[in-house]
Design a protein around this ligand. Structure first.
Ligand SMILES: Nc1nc2c(c(=O)[nH]1)N[C@H]1C(S)=C(S)[C@@H](COP(=O)(O)OP(=O)(O)OC[C@H]3O[C@@H](n4cnc5c(=O)[nH]c(N)nc54)[C@H](O)[C@@H]3O)O[C@H]1N2
Ligand SMILES: Nc1nc2c(c(=O)[nH]1)N[C@H]1C(S)=C(S)[C@@H](COP(=O)(O)OP(=O)(O)OC[C@H]3O[C@@H](n4cnc5c(=O)[nH]c(N)nc54)[C@H](O)[C@@H]3O)O[C@H]1N2
Ligand code: SF4
Ligand SMILES: [Mo]
Length: 755
């Protein structure tokens, strides 16, 4: 590293103490602390409202002029965000001097989101891990000393081999998720090492697994519309999504829908940014959406608003659906959902009459104990009105991961797996898995944990158990990280990871169809390595000689691109590198009317669902922690805590950026004024939020619009070590699994709040 770079690496993270000190001087920071921020501001759309958009002609052709006389370099924001923006960085003397959104891409359209405008403070942050390090002192305290890569690899290999000799290879477990979503450094190369080793497998269920499992019961597979089509539809329904915070670049398309005379509906327990300009905001009781879907279906059928010819031609089970939905009268639906009969009727009528329409099924909503049942019920709606497979601007959208054009499986060393039946552990059960709370790990403990691309101490539920697990003296933990996160503090060995500005990769957004190339803008800082390089280095030290462990990143990228889709569309590595991003072309979703269900039709009635223990059509099941689902618990803890994502962070990332932390202030709990009044709580009070899993300290933020009485809200995921009390929201979230695919249930929590 040059001296200039060393000088740059000075943006030290503010600890809570220094933050408090500085806020005494800074009035703005104090505002955040006391929570006296205007309600509208809190839920506003986070990018500039007049977001630039580009015309079709400008796509790929707008001229880019560097601001200074630096070199322009092209990156992709690889965070777990459906926008996957294209980034331009300017580099001078080996240093990035400026970043901006790429102006020629229709999604990015020249702007990054507010948080990622701080990417330079992130890359050149004083707390970056620049060298391999070894723990000295107690686990969790975060004391380390620098060692060489060779020493680090020797220790890792010796410890891993020791564990394997005693317990076999399944005693090793990888824990990874979405720090970067690059095809090579997330989904690809690192897995080859674990496959060769025979480590316990990892069930990646934290994010969207529940919905991914639910949708095929209806359609056989998931094929959603593209986000750009939101602009071209007549009725856009945002159902359990928070676009203005979690995929900001699609908000312009939703606004265009309205500007073109279309209608926008929001169904959410929380007043979101899109709700501020929607035609209808239906503030539903959390976890009751299946009842709403069935109530609307009943209304449609009773008023003959269904598309009978579509139903007759492409579906089975309409008779059963009609009978099932009949139970959900307007009155009953209103009683369950807390939405007025009038508003349900209004929405149902609009949904029956206005076409084309799109329902955006949010991924947040399925993080409920009944999330699968909810998603299943909602998927029946576009079928009843016949909007699926008829046009590009019609139907529904969930995650669209199915359109992934490259195939990371091609570089995961699948052929090296010797035991296809090796143990698989659900990531939602990390705490239990480490503390003997699962049958499988009681018999055969995890003794080596290798973490990359993830911050489990912060993002995983039931934090107390996770902490107890990571504190185990007999657990050897390796963490490959960019920063000294809460998780990193528990590592025995810390390995320095590059940011995407320092390594090559390719990315495709999970909401749309843009494949993008990320070129390195600068040399790796310090001794940082990419994830692919890290795990290949460990593999080699283990003595593995297979060719895959010699692959360079470019070779790995090329290998993932050997797919029919890319080959048939002439998209090679060289083309992608030259154009920086390309659009993948696909037919309209379900345009071929092929539904790979057991019957080959859309299944309104599903035997498969029945076999899996669910209602074969759909039903409303109360969530596991709610008034109806757990009456006794409800008496003790009468408030439903929701913990969705904030516009200011990306999961746990960016919380250590001083500007962001200052902007957010101490984490708050939004609580309805009536609930606060009943408890003698004032705006800005320090409060305890508790349940049987633990207690956290938050600052009360009184509201009369963001949440309804009975629902409280605290955004995920601030770092425990940077907040008051050292515990953050996942300390008290539940590690209960959802009804389908063992997904997460971050929004199914009952709590009480005290002063
Ligand atoms: N700024 C920012 N952007 C992000 C992320 C981030 O952390 N910050 N994370 C990224 C990731 S990993 C993901 S998965 C996506 C998630 O993106 P979203 O799908 O938008 O997920 P969430 O914000 O968790 O939840 C969306 C909405 O679901 C609502 N919801 C929860 N329960 C219910 C319910 O029972 N019924 C209804 N109708 N609504 C409900 C919440 O109130 C919330 O507004 O965002 C990605 N983008
Ligand atoms: N309460 C609550 N908790 C939640 C959620 C919620 O809605 N509510 N949402 C959940 C969801 S949907 C998700 S997807 C998960 C996300 O869980 P994670 O994917 O674990 O979340 P991140 O905060 O993005 O953490 C990623 C870590 O990877 C590191 N990193 C970034 N790039 C790289 C790299 O190139 N190499 C390496 N080695 N490390 C890198 C970052 O510094 C960061 O510490 O969180 C879940 N947690
Ligand atoms: S987090 Fe999302 S919106 Fe922000 S720059 Fe990255 S991809 Fe774009
Ligand atoms: Mo996620």
């Amino acid at each position: 590293m040059t001296d200039k770079i060393k000088d740059l690496l000075t943006t030290k993270v503010i600890s809570r103490r220094s933050f408090l000190k500085s806020s005494v001087v800074s009035g703005i920071a104090l505002l955040g602390l006391t929570g006296c921020v205007n309600e509208e501001e809190e839920i506003s759309v986070e990018v500039i409202t007049e977001e630039p958009s580009i015309t079709k002609e400008e796509t790929h052709t707008k001229t880019i002029v560097p601001r200074e006389k630096g070199t322009i370099s092209h990156q992709v924001c690889p965070r777990n965000c459906g926008d996957t923006c294209s980034i331009l960085s300017e580099v001078k003397d080996g240093i990035i001097t400026h970043i901006s959104g790429e102006p020629t891409n229709p999604i990015t359209a020249g702007s990054l989101c507010a948080k990622m405008n701080h990417y330079l403070s992130w890359v050149y942050h004083a707390d970056r891990i620049l060298y391999p390090m070894k723990r000295v002192g107690t686990k969790g305290k975060g004391n380390f000393e620098q060692i060489t890569w060779d020493e680090a690899l020797d220790i890792i290999v010796a410890k891993t081999k020791q564990s394997i000799d005693k317990y076999g290879p399944e005693t090793v477990w990888k824990y990874y998720f979405s720090g970067t979503l690059g095809f090579v450094h997330n989904k690809g190369l690192p897995h080859a090492f674990f496959n060769k080793l025979g480590a316990s497998d990892f069930d990646a269920t934290v994010c969207s697994a529940t919905g991914v499992a639910a949708i095929p019961y209806t359609f056989g597979k998931d094929r959603g519309v593209e986000p750009e089509e939101f602009a071209n539809t007549k009725l856009y329904v945002s159902w359990g999504a928070n676009e203005a915070a979690t995929c900001v670049h699609v908000v312009k398309f939703i606004k265009q829908c309205k500007e073109n005379g279309g209608k926008v509906i929001v169904i959410n327990p929380i007043r979101t940014g899109v709700a501020t300009f929607a035609n209808e905001f239906m503030q539903i009781e959390p976890g009751t959406d299946a009842a709403l879907a069935l109530g609307v279906i009943n209304y449609l059928i009773e008023n003959n608003l269904q598309d009978q010819s579509f139903i007759d031609k492409y579906t089975i089970g309409f008779k059963e659906l009609k009978t099932t939905a009949k139970e959900y009268t307007l009155d009953k639906t209103s009683a369950i959902t807390g939405i007025s009969v009038k508003q349900i009727e209004k929405f149902a009528k609009m949904y029956g009459e206005i076409k084309p329409s799109i329902i955006k099924i949010g991924v947040g909503m399925q993080r409920n104990s009944n999330g699968g049942s909810i998603v299943r019920a909602i998927t029946l709606l576009p079928v009843v009105v016949g909007t699926v497979g008829v046009a590009a601007n019609s139907g529904y959208m969930y995650s669209n991961s199915i359109y992934s054009a490259p195939n990371p499986n091609l570089i995961q060393g699948k052929e090296l797996v010797e035991n296809p039946n090796r143990r698989k552990i659900n990531m939602n059960e990390l705490g239990k898995a480490l503390t003997g709370g699962l049958d499988t790990t009681k018999e055969l403990p995890i003794t080596t944990l290798m973490v990359f691309n993830s911050n489990p101490m912060v993002i995983t539920q039931h934090g107390k158990l996770v902490r107890e697990g990571l504190e185990r003296e007999d657990l050897f933990t390796v963490v490959a990280e960019i920063f000294r996160t809460d998780t990193a503090d528990y590592a025995d060995i810390l390995l320095p990871a590059t940011t995407f500005f320092e390594c090559e990769d390719i990315n495709q957004n999970y909401s749309g169809l843009y494949l993008r190339h990320n070129e390195p803008a600068i040399e790796p800082l310090g001794e940082c390595k990419s994830n692919g390089e890290i795990f290949n280095a460990i593999a080699k030290k283990m003595g593995y000689t297979e060719h895959i462990f010699d692959l360079t990143t470019v070779e790995a990228i090329k290998a993932t691109m050997q797919t029919e889709t890319l080959i048939s569309q002439g998209i090679t590595y060289d083309v992608l590198k030259e154009k920086h991003w390309v659009k993948i072309h696909i037919d309209i979703p379900f345009g071929d009317k092929e539904f790979p269900t057991p019957s080959g039709k859309i299944e309104l009635y599903s035997e498969k669902l029945k076999e899996a223990g669910f209602h074969p059509v759909a039903e409303y099941v109360p969530t596991a922690e709610s008034k109806d689902g757990s009456p006794d618990l409800f008496k003790k803890y009468p408030l439903t805590l929701m913990t969705p994502h904030t516009k200011n962070l990306i999961n746990s990332q960016m919380y250590n950026i001083p500007q962001i932390k200052e902007l957010m202030g101490e984490p708050v709990l939004y609580i309805h004024r009536d609930d606060a009044l009943e408890r003698g709580i004032m705006d800005g009070d320090k409060i305890n939020v508790l349940n049987d899993r633990g207690t956290i300290v938050l600052t009360a933020k009184l509201t009369s619009t963001i949440t309804k009485k009975g629902t409280v809200l605290s955004y995920s995921c601030p770092w425990p070590k940077l907040v008051e009390g050292g515990k953050s929201v996942n300390e008290i979230t539940s590690d209960r699994l959802s009804d389908m695919a063992g997904g997460s249930t971050y929004h199914t929590n009952l709590v009480e709040v005290t002063k």
